[in-house]
Design a protein around this ligand. Structure first.
Ligand SMILES: Nc1ncnc2c1ncn2[C@@H]1O[C@H](COP(=O)(O)OP(=O)(O)O)[C@@H](O)[C@H]1O
Ligand SMILES: [Mg+2]
Length: 263
């Protein structure tokens, strides 16, 4: 990989995506520095998940996406998996699979074809399960977990993958406010300790602003605003693009967005 000083973790140039005959992304540009946390917001259907899928290489967009200086289409699947890990908005839960086996899927890029997981792979899995407050969950069947527990298992799989770029599509939407904070604090701590880069989408705008270095407001498949939480979370922009009546009040870690009734 051709990383040098100043090479961004993510570089998206003029990303256009058409799905089912409709233009979903209409020329999106985005640069994310190594170690940065960027959160993409925008109304339902704005194209947030589509953008994350393209950045993760789950959607073909030749020439539009580079990760750490390498065009994503020239990374082989296994190499890509060591670079970028995605937690999808609603991951498929394989029937009958245990938590341990599910999180072990994150180690696939390190396991030789037709080989078995090593002791190091298992150790990595147990370590993330502990970190995510899931010790003893390994033998449980994934389908029997609560929404919040399952969400933490999805994150565990991504962390076990050991990728330096994490793409989190609404990672906290199934969580109560306590677990939301716990998961986001953990991601932020890991980011600092391991120089991870985080690109997330989130619907809770106050929470989004508290954890993001920068925010991108996506609307109708285009970038409507990009900048610090203070620059993006304004009453004017949110009224215009969400048709929402909100008050924005200053908070310690970023603006707090409070919905208020229109009349
Ligand atoms: N496979 C697909 N075929 C057709 N349209 C799609 C497909 N996937 C997503 N879309 C459409 O693209 C738009 C953006 O979707 P998405 O990226 O999931 O938005 P968001 O995550 O911001 O809510 C939506 O209108 C959605 O219906
Ligand atoms: Mg989405």
């Amino acid at each position: 990989m051709t990383t040098g000083p100043g090479t961004p973790a993510v570089e998206v140039r003029d990303l256009r995506v058409e799905l089912g005959g409709a233009q979903i992304l209409a020329g999106v540009d985005l640069t994310v520095a190594v170690g940065e946390w960027v959160t993409v917001i925008g109304p339902n259907g704005a194209g947030k998940s589509t953008l994350l899928r393209a950045v993760g290489g789950l959607l073909s967009a030749p020439g539009a996406v580079s990760l750490f200086g390498t065009p994503i289409q020239s990374l082989r699947r296994r190499d890509r998996a060591r670079v970028v890990a995605t937690v999808a908005q609603s991951p498929v839960v394989p029937a009958g699979m245990s938590v341990l086996d599910y999180v072990l899927l994150g180690r696939t890029p390190y396991i030789p074809t037709l080989g078995r997981e090593s002791a190091a792979d298992l150790a990595a899995v147990h370590e993330v399960l502990d970190r995510l407050d899931l010790p003893g969950f390994g033998r449980r069947e994934l389908a029997t977990l609560s929404g919040g527990e399952r969400q933490r298992v999805f994150l565990a799989r991504a962390l076990a993958q050991g990728a330096t770029l994490l793409l989190l599509d609404e990672p906290t939407s199934a969580l109560d406010i306590g677990h939301q904070q716990e998961v986001l604090e953990l991601v932020d701590q890991l980011r600092r300790e391991h120089e991870l880069t985080v690109v997330a989408t989130m619907h809770d705008l106050s929470v989004a602003g508290e954890y993001a270095d920068r925010m991108v407001l996506l609307a109708g498949g285009r970038v409507a605003a990009v900048g610090s939480p203070q620059e993006v979370l304004t009453e004017d922009l949110l009224a215009r693009h969400y048709r929402a009546h909100v008050r924005v009040v200053p908070g310690t870690h970023g603006p707090l967005v409070v919905p208020v009734r229109p009349h």
